[in-house]
Write a protein that binds this ligand. Structure first.
Ligand SMILES: [Fe+2]
Length: 274
């Protein structure tokens, strides 16, 4: 498997502080069946200033360390770029911001969890128009998208891809995010499964648990595509043959389900049927 989203480089964002923990994370990934990892530290202007050159240098250094420990894992450079007022296209073209595996083709965009920029569609369109495919990180965790999934439907229609975090699907982040993850999968609105790992104890680089659930939902072949074929194409800077997103006629069902869950939380079934 290939993990396209992992905070595994030591000391440059909110991932591991020390090299020892990075190496331990590499061991965990290998034991889980992961053979390639794209190292994607945050880039947030004024908070985590991780430009292209710095990330590539750090990846080379960590690769040398794990090679010396005979850990069979190949690392690639990437970045999780926070959506803010950056001139994204200009900074990518200037070589300041790093694309996935430095191919110039795909970038990971981090959305804030609580909000969404008003001009999000314009940002996505300008990237696509410039030949850069934005990959929206964890749309299932964004509160605005949870309330109105039509937003992610429109972004995918504009040419964006989206990542689903493995722990969202396994329920580690709560039942609401888990159910919404399934809803996004059923509508072809997420295209790859990633760990978004940050550490060796919690938020670990493990894909197999989410993959197991993924196979039950979309079948083995499609599930393997989300951890093998699609990530490989992104590493190579190739286009993805993705399923067309399914219009959200189920939107109302999602809202009804959410309403029912809320009611059931307040009034458990045995209380209602008594
Ligand atoms: Fe991340």
């Amino acid at each position: 498997m290939i993990d396209l989203h992992c905070h595994i480089l030591p000391g440059i964002d909110d991932g591991p502080e020390l090299l020892d923990e990075s190496i331990e994370m590499c061991r965990i990934a290998v034991n889980d069946g992961i053979s390639k990892v794209v190292c994607t530290p945050h880039h947030v202007t004024g908070k985590y200033n991780n430009n292209r050159e710095k990330i590539i240098r750090c990846v080379d250094k960590l690769q040398a360390s794990i090679d010396s420990e005979d850990i069979p894992l190949t690392l690639y450079p990437g970045c999780e770029i926070r959506l803010d007022d950056l001139d994204l296209v200009e900074n990518i073209k200037a070589g300041e911001l790093l694309t996935m595996n430095d191919s110039g083709r795909h970038i990971i965009l981090e959305l804030p969890n609580e909000s969404l920029p008003r001009n999000i569609e314009k940002i996505i369109s300008s990237l696509v128009f410039a030949g850069i495919i934005p990959i929206v990180a964890h749309p299932e965790k964004n509160h605005v998208i949870q309330k109105d999934p039509e937003i992610i439907y429109q972004l995918v229609r504009l040419g964006a891809l989206a990542q689903l975090t493995s722990s969202s699907l396994t329920g580690r982040l709560g039942s609401r995010i888990k159910k919404f993850s399934v809803f996004l999968l059923e509508h072809n609105l997420v295209h790859m499964l990633v760990t978004d790992a940050h550490a060796s104890r919690q938020r670990r680089p493990v894909l197999s648990e989410g993959l197991k659930r993924l196979k039950e939902i979309i079948g083995k072949k499609a599930a393997m595509g989300m951890v093998e074929t699609v990530p490989e194409k992104i590493l190579n800077g190739e286009d993805i043959d993705m399923e067309f997103p399914i219009p959200l006629e189920k939107k109302s069902i999602w809202k009804i389900n959410s309403f029912i869950s809320k009611v059931l939380r307040k009034h458990p079934v045995n209380a209602l049927t008594r």
